[in-house]
Design a protein around this ligand. Structure first.
Ligand SMILES: NC(=O)c1ccc[n+]([C@@H]2O[C@H](COP(=O)([O-])OP(=O)(O)OC[C@H]3O[C@@H](n4cnc5c(N)ncnc54)[C@H](O)[C@@H]3O)[C@@H](O)[C@H]2O)c1
Ligand SMILES: [Zn+2]
Length: 373
């Protein structure tokens, strides 16, 4: 994977190349900068494809109609708009995307550009990866969460049977273009949700980044600061993904907070107050850090530090007790489980995580009760 960074000064690019441990090897450039959509896309001569479609959602299109339309090259190009929200990450949406591509005669040399948050990126990438056994796609993430996490690393898919991301494939885009200008219209709650994954990256792999995050006010970042954080966060994710693309081992570390987080996201999704992905992950990280402490791995002092940074990002720390049974049921079907055993990602210290840990039921219950009160 290559990280093509539009420097904080606004001009000049630096490129980092990280090889993906994959056959055949593949390099995916990641562009990060403000107003860089066209700079990012011109490297991939969009005109050379037979057709172009932009997949986006209603909210993103409402805010950015001109910016998105300006990407297209031909009168036959399309903008496909799906409904916003986690419920749209489903087979029905996929069916509709495939049908449009087919009806408008998209062939294997056409390209799909996924312009939206994690929902559009995950669903669109899966649609592209499966249509005609795979057409090229570009990820154009428009939320903080998708710029720092969801658009990077080649995990694509949709929810099914009440479970998160249970149908999907690994597939790499032609490029990822993170234009921070999109973040200017992002609702504050959605913006905060992105910090959960940024904090997660520091917790599993980089104590220095965690210390730095503690020195800034996460909700009042300047453009240069947010770009620096994005670059660091993407570097961590790229490094982990590059060493284990299909998640046979160390990539599992990226699931920290997600065993509880995904179950909580799905359980709360059935209530009047659904949690956003990042919010559920924030609570999930506290539960899993607590489990790490109960298992004798993580110090209490570090658990407190983790709760503090999540609070300072104005993310939730707890969820209602009534979600407990739904969360337990969801965790039992977690993708990482083997022979019905939950495999945990736990922290030994901030910046140092382990995966595939099994824990006794009593400790798991205690950790869940710590966050579900
Ligand atoms: N594939 C992966 O590796 C990976 C990693 C992390 C998360 N995810 C997935 O990502 C999803 C969450 O992504 P998300 O938080 O981006 O959610 P999202 O796609 O639902 O976007 C959040 C909300 O913001 C709106 N929005 C998006 N961009 C906007 C903009 N620039 N201005 C105004 N509004 C905008 C959307 O319409 C939506 O209402 C979850 O389904 C999660 O499972 C995937
Ligand atoms: Zn996540």
């Amino acid at each position: 994977m290559a990280l093509d960074v539009n420097s904080a000064a606004g001009n000049g690019y630096s490129i980092k190349r990280l090889k993906l441990n994959q056959k055949p090897p593949s390099d995916v450039p990641i562009y990060i900068g403000r107003g860089i959509v066209h700079r990012g896309l011109q490297d991939f001569s969009l005109q050379s494809y037979t057709r172009r479609a932009i997949l986006t959602d209603k909210n993103v299109f409402r805010h950015w109609p001109e910016k998105l339309s300006a990407i297209l090259c031909d009168k036959d190009d399309l903008i496909i708009v799906i409904p916003p929200g986690e419920n749209a990450k489903c087979l029905e949406t996929l069916h509709n995307i495939w049908a449009v591509l087919l009806n408008y005669k998209f062939d294997r040399k056409s390209i799909l550009i996924n312009a939206g948050g994690g929902i559009v990126c995950d669903t669109g990438a899966f649609a592209a990866a499966t249509y005609m056994r795979g057409i090229p796609f570009i990820q154009l993430p428009t939320t903080l969460l998708s710029q720092t996490d969801a658009a990077i690393g080649g995990k694509t898919g949709v929810n099914f049977g009440g479970l998160k991301n249970i149908i999907g494939v690994f597939a790499q885009p032609v490029a990822v273009v993170c234009d921070t200008e999109f973040l200017s219209t992002l609702p504050a709650r959605e913006y905060r949700s992105g910090f959960a994954e940024i904090i997660k990256h520091s917790l599993i792999a980089d104590a220095g980044m965690f210390r730095k995050l503690n020195t800034v006010d996460l909700n009042k970042l300047k453009e240069t600061e947010i770009q620096k954080i994005l670059i660091k966060s993407c570097e961590i994710k790229c490094k982990i993904v590059s060493s284990d693309f299909t998640e046979k081992g160390s990539r599992k570390l990226l699931n920290f907070g997600h065993t509880v987080g995904h179950a909580l996201e799905m359980a709360s999704g059935k209530t009047a107050n659904p949690l956003l992905h990042g919010e559920a992950v924030a609570i999930g990280m506290i539960a899993e850090a607590k489990l790490s402490t109960l298992a004798g791995l993580l110090s209490r002092d570090e658990l407190t530090k983790i709760e503090k940074i999540i609070a300072s990002a104005q993310l939730p720390l707890r969820a209602p007790r009534r979600l407990l049974s739904g969360v337990m049921a969801g965790m039992e079907q977690d993708k990482k489980n083997e022979r019905k055993k939950i495999k945990w990602v736990l922290l030994k210290s901030i910046g140092n995580a382990i995966f595939d840990s099994e824990q006794p039921k009593q400790l798991i219950k205690e950790a869940l009760e710590y966050v579900l009160r």
